[in-house]
Design a protein around this ligand. Structure first.
Ligand SMILES: Cc1ncc(COP(=O)(O)O)c(C=O)c1O
Length: 347
């Protein structure tokens, strides 16, 4: 049985969270002299002289309605990278505990583990970028606190088979983090539908991809209210700034526009997937459920530099074990994708 208190770091269990000025005040008031703000105003714009809501109540309420979860099942972070870091700090004792990830995958799990002095176990994905479940289960140690699964996976673009994730959720007594940064572009449903079933499930999503808000830094974690309350307890109090909260609320009213944009990106992705194999240098185009495509080419470094010379930047993943010979290409606008195809044909 999963028991959150068995895996939380003792210092986190013991500590009291920071109590902000507005947490201590209850009732109505018109004169705020409690938070050392600038009451004359802001040089940046309306309201920005005031600290933002540390609990992001309005924003969480709206996200809850859209995502079909409860507000207390949502954590908001300064990008999902902040949630990754907080999860380590919540359950992994530096120098003692470990995490397991499945390369080739998103690089921040490793960076964040190293920063927090968390040991790293890596089980390579199979040739078709799926999880070798038996191998993963055998690699779990008493010190293993978190398993990171990225689906759709970055940089390979594929969804991970739900049966594999379910097997791991059932067998592992630590946190299973399913990173769904690219889920809006995918053909499968989000794991948020199954939160009630798995008390050790944490789902990451972000406003940086489909919502087009990478510059605002807003990431989400969905989990049991119990897990979310601990993440909230240890987060920096004002981690989501006022401008981000306001702009996100506005964006959430534009779900139709989100659908249109996702549809267009997916359409462009399929056009690229169909066009790329005809080009002489292209050896393999991997299927994608994301807004990027992994492409194996004959001379990745040569092509990468050739494209750079034309002012086109893609991601060179050729030196990453499991991605030999590969470039990762984000789906652009119709014009950008045509320019890319033309340039690759010229190489
Ligand atoms: C799989 C994955 N997770 C998380 C992130 C980080 O997202 P954010 O911008 O919310 O920090 C990225 C960014 O590229 C990503 O690819």
């Amino acid at each position: 049985m999963f028991n959150l208190n068995d895996i939380i770091r003792p210092n986190v269990l013991r500590m009291k969270p920071y109590s902000s000025a507005r947490d201590e005040f209850k009732g109505t008031a018109s004169v705020f002299l409690d938070a050392n703000e600038n009451n004359l105003g802001s040089l940046a714009g309306e309201n920005y002289n005031r600290y933002p809501d540390p609990h992001q109540k309005e924003l969480k309420q709206r996200i809850a309605e859209i995502k079909g979860v409860e507000p207390d099942q949502i954590f908001l972070g300064n990008g999902s990278d902040e949630a990754i870091d907080l999860l380590f700090r919540m359950v992994c004792r530096p120098g003692q505990d470990s995490m397991l990830h499945l390369p080739p995958t998103y690089g921040m799990y490793e960076v964040s583990a190293n920063l927090n002095e968390v040991r790293l176990d890596a089980i390579q994905l199979t040739a078709d970028y799926q999880i070798p479940v038996e191998e993963v289960l055998l690699a779990i140690k008493p010190e293993t606190k978190i398993i990171f699964i990225c689906s759709p996976n970055n940089p390979t673009g594929n969804l991970i088979e739900p049966e594999s994730i379910e097997d791991i959720l059932r067998a592992f007594k630590g946190l299973v983090v399913v990173d769904e940064a690219y889920i809006d572009f995918a053909s499968d449903q989000s794991w948020t539908n199954r939160l009630q079933e798995f008390p050790n499930l944490v789902i990451l999503q972000t406003f940086s991809k489909a919502w087009g808000m990478a510059g605002l830094r807003l990431g989400l974690a969905f989990a049991s209210a119990e897990i979310i309350s601990v993440m909230d307890k240890i987060k920096p109090p004002y981690n989501i700034n006022e401008a981000t909260q306001e702009l996100a609320l506005q964006a959430l009213e534009r779900e139709e526009a989100l659908k249109d944009m996702v549809e267009e990106i997916v359409q462009e992705r399929e056009l690229l997937i169909n066009a790329l194999p005809a080009l002489a240098t292209v050896e393999h185009v991997y299927p994608s459920d994301a807004n990027f495509i992994l492409v194996k080419v004959k001379d990745p470094n040569g092509l990468y530099n050739f494209l750079l010379g034309k002012g086109i930047v893609v991601r060179n993943r050729a030196s990453l074990p499991g991605c030999e010979g590969c470039l990762r290409i984000s789906v652009g606008t119709l014009e950008e994708n045509q320019e890319l195809l033309k340039a690759i044909a010229e190489f």
